[in-house]
Design a protein. Structure first.
Length: 115
């Protein structure tokens, strides 16, 4: 499985971005998909996840109510809609996939939120 993220960029605080992660492979619909992020000088942290059916999602507390994860299995793509962005959301965002844990990772896309 190969994962390619897109949609990052520079945005002012309070703005929005939508990240996309395109996956290769026929078994995309079987995977749990996740978004993680890593800020400078910090360890990578979990942001959000969505089960294969799309019926179950999970978020880290700091993004609840602002971010929304979704997936389109027909397009082999998972999305992260990010609203009300804050400077502390600045990080490289990574897409990940797996069934029991995350076995596959993308290269990341930079998100920078200016104050």
């Amino acid at each position: 499985v190969q994962l390619v993220e897109s949609g990052g960029g520079l945005v002012q605080a309070g703005g929005s971005l939508r990240l996309s992660c395109a996956a290769s492979g026929r078994t995309f619909s079987s995977y749990t998909m996740g978004w993680f992020r890593q800020a400078p000088g910090k360890t990578r942290e979990f942001v959000a996840s969505i089960r294969w059916s799309g019926s179950s999602t999970d978020y880290t507390d700091s993004v609840k109510g602002r971010f929304a994860i979704s997936r389109d299995n027909a397009k082999n793509t998972v999305y992260l809609q990010m609203n009300s962005l804050k400077p502390e959301d600045t990080a490289v965002y990574y897409c990940a996939a797996g069934i029991y844990g995350y076995n596959y990772w993308g290269q990341g896309t930079q998100v920078t939120v200016s104050s």
